[in-house]
Design a protein around this ligand. Structure first.
Ligand code: C5P
Length: 234
């Protein structure tokens, strides 16, 4: 079976600072925009079905330019996102639902280092009957809870704690219904889709994420990603 894909790329990327290249998903790392790397991983994966990219209405030209830099197949559909990540995902799911895809992988455009092995683990978990699949990695650092004045209050035991990644994968009908209910109930602030599944009472199965699958959030994340890819190229 194949998995539909929703790539969310409608954010403004404010934490990464302003750049002439636009939001962080359009910054160049290695020799191409971040989003071209991300899309190519899916476009060259045999398990991928229809791909929907969710962009900001102001980014049409940036996206068109990035798309020219893809080396994989380019049959993507493009829709406009909303004010929060949650609303952008919902727009992508609504568009994907017209294609008849049974499953969806929802991925952040700003995670360009996913790999086919991780996509395979997610697909396998869906194939074994899971309705919601979350790639995550065990937290490695010792965790502290602080007061607002930055005094350490306590050490939080890290056993059983995981950092959530994307692509988060679902039976399309189940996550679309959960998303519709969440936004109808006035919520638009869920920061990932597994938390909407949890909110809706769907069991979420964890699979091993990948240490390299980082989210480019800050300016330094982008320069580190650029250095990493440039090193690979030589
Ligand atoms: O802001 P954050 O780092 O959580 O964004 C994660 C992903 O969600 C990014 O790829 C971003 O472009 C996307 N996003 C979106 N629509 C928004 C906000 C974020 O598609 N309104």
């Amino acid at each position: 079976f194949s998995c539909g894909v929703v790539i969310v790329a409608a954010g403004r990327g404010e934490r990464a600072g302003q750049s002439a290249e636009g939001p962080k998903q359009y910054r160049t790392i290695g020799d191409r925009p971040v989003i071209a790397h991300t899309l190519d991983i899916f476009a060259t994966w045999p398990g991928a079905g229809p791909i929907v990219v969710v962009i900001h209405p102001d980014d049409e030209a940036l996206f068109a330019a990035a798309r020219m830099c893809m080396s994989g197949r380019a049959d993507l559909s493009v829709v406009h996102g909303g004010a929060t990540r949650q609303l952008s995902v919902l727009a992508g799911l609504e568009a994907l639902s017209g294609t008849g895809a049974p499953y969806v992988m929802i991925h952040d455009a700003v995670r360009p280092f996913i790999d086919h092995a991780l996509l395979g683990r997610c697909r396998e978990a869906l194939g074994s009957g899971a309705e919601a699949v979350l790639p995550a990695i065990a937290v490695a650092d010792t965790l502290k809870r602080t007061t607002e004045g930055r005094l350490v209050e306590e050490t939080v035991p890290r056993a059983g704690l995981y950092a959530a990644q994307t692509p988060q994968c679902f039976r399309l009908e189940a996550i679309l219904a959960a998303h519709r209910r969440a936004s109808a109930s006035g919520r638009s602030d869920f920061t990932d889709d597994a938390s909407i599944a949890e909110w809706a009472g769907l069991p979420v199965l964890l699979v091993e994420g990948a240490a390299d699958n980082v989210k480019l959030t800050l300016k330094r994340d982008i320069s580190m990603a650029d250095e990493r890819l440039s090193r690979h190229a030589v």
